[in-house]
Write a protein that binds this ligand. Structure first.
Ligand SMILES: Cc1ncc(COP(=O)(O)O)c(C=O)c1O
Length: 443
């Protein structure tokens, strides 16, 4: 039996092996790596955390937020771990279906669903959370026209306030998501909407992602639970049978420690909303970042080094195309960077303040400014850590830089094995996606 080693040890082993095997090198200067063991153990921790706070037999669907890692093999791996999919676009639904995620394990949640998307979801039996009254009216018409197995719900915004990153705070007073519950007349409207629709049996809330404190997330869930109780009391039956509590568990980007844990959050929910977890309600969760972030690494080669104004600069192949949020909003999205030599061995030696730059042609394309690291040299590698969610799987096509290949790995005392998750984008594909077939269109 192979012995499992810690996540950092597995990562070091995989980086070394990737360089030795030529997965990364002078001609392949950037790749994404995914730790299969880490992803599996994260999924197991999520399942256990909620099993520990609910009576046996409580239906709990963990639907991975596909937006966090829209890669078919990742969705397939999570499916193998009993995790479903939360999708927010036709593309994400297509990925979940390609991965074989079953309709009853799929939830559709986007704020701008077209009639065709809704019709498809209801025909497939996928759960749908309506974002607003106009969308609910569309669902009314569809429900009247054909029977559906889809669980149907409403998304509410408990308006409990935001976290430290405004762009990811979805429960602010004026958020674009869901029905703003504290607006005048909204609560009564929602209760009436349920009473008028016996088939409306779910309630959904998602208070935000990175930057929202756990206690605030739990407050959002409490608001949803209290509303569900009010609806069910008014209906005289358990009309709302499932509460979808969204995702949003924040990730620690400053060390290898996984904190807060799913168990921390589940225990907090148990203390804050015991009634939601007493077995009367089914639960849906929609975690994304917390399932993948710490299990992904970008490995980028240092193409050149130079100094400018006295500051050392390492020009690497990882920049805005794979770390868009960090490059455009560095204060909100700092990333750890680890230095490796040309053979993929951790660099030691005195730390020096330096910039770690990307390949794109604008001055702000920096992964880190004035970062203290062993001095990077030409041919070294910069590993950009905790990038398994919302980073290398989220290509931004600036400068027509190619989407890098992504490889899953296992690394233990018996060795390191890689599996291709996504092949690197070819120049032919870039030309085709840029309208190569329509060359003369504007003549
Ligand atoms: C409705 C919904 N659910 C789940 C998520 C996933 O959030 P996170 O990746 O922070 O867990 C998001 C993120 O935007 C979302 O909008």
């Amino acid at each position: 039996m192979a012995s499992d080693t810690g996540a950092a040890t597995r990562r070091e082993q995989a980086i070394r092996a990737a360089v030795e095997a030529g997965l990364a090198g002078p001609e392949v200067p950037i790749i994404g790596l995914l730790d299969i063991t880490g992803i599996r153990s994260g999924a197991a921790a999520l399942r256990t955390a909620f099993e520990d706070v609910t009576p046996p037999g409580t239906p709990v669907l963990h639907a991975f937020a596909v937006k966090a890692s829209p890669l078919v093999a990742v969705l397939r791996l999570l499916r193998d771990e009993g995790i479903g999919a939360e999708v927010a676009s036709p593309g994400e639904l297509a990925l979940a279906r390609a991965a074989g995620v079953r309709p009853e394990h799929t939830v559709l949640d986007s704020p701008a669903k077209t009639p065709a998307e809704l019709r498809e979801a209801l025909a497939l039996g996928i759960a749908v959370n309506a974002d607003n009254p106009q969308e609910l009216a569309r669902i009314d018409a569809l429900v009247a026209s054909a029977p559906t197995a889809s669980p149907l719900g409403l998304r509410v915004n408990p308006q409990i306030g935001g976290g430290s990153i405004g762009a990811l705070s979805t429960a602010t007073a004026t958020s674009k998501f869901g029905i703003a519950l504290r607006d005048e007349g909204a609560r009564q409207w929602v209760v009436r909407a349920y009473l008028d629709r016996p088939w409306l049996n779910r309630l959904h809330t998602h208070s935000g992602s990175q930057g929202v404190p756990l206690a605030l997330m739990a407050e959002g869930v409490r608001a949803a639970y209290e509303l569900a109780e009010e609806v069910n009391a008014a209906a005289g039956r358990q009309q709302i049978n499932t509460v979808d509590i969204g995702g949003g568990l924040p990730v620690n980007f400053s060390s290898d420690e996984e904190t807060p844990t799913y168990a921390d959050y589940a225990r907090l929910l148990k203390a804050t909303v015991p009634g939601l977890l007493d077995g009367r309600y089914g639960l849906v969760t929609e975690f994304g970042r917390s399932l993948l972030a710490k299990h992904g690494t970008i490995l980028a080669r240092v193409e050149y080094t130079k100094t400018s104004g006295g500051r050392p600069i390492a020009v690497t192949h990882a920049g805005v195309q794979v770390a868009t949020r960090t490059v455009y909003a560095p204060a909100s999205w700092p990333l750890r960077i680890a230095a490796y030599d040309s053979k993929g061995r951790p660099k030691t030696g005195p730390e020096t303040f330096q910039d770690v730059a990307g390949p794109a042609c604008f001055a702000g394309d920096l992964l880190a400014e004035n970062r203290e690291l062993p001095l990077l040299e030409q041919g070294d590698y910069a590993a950009v850590l905790d990038t398994g969610a919302y980073y290398f799987a989220h290509h931004y096509a600036y400068n027509s830089l190619a989407r890098p290949g992504v490889f899953g790995f296992t690394a233990d005392s018996e060795g390191t094995a890689f599996a291709t998750v996504r092949t690197p984008q070819t120049l032919k594909e870039i030309v085709a996606e840029s309208g190569g077939d329509h060359r003369d269109a504007l003549l």
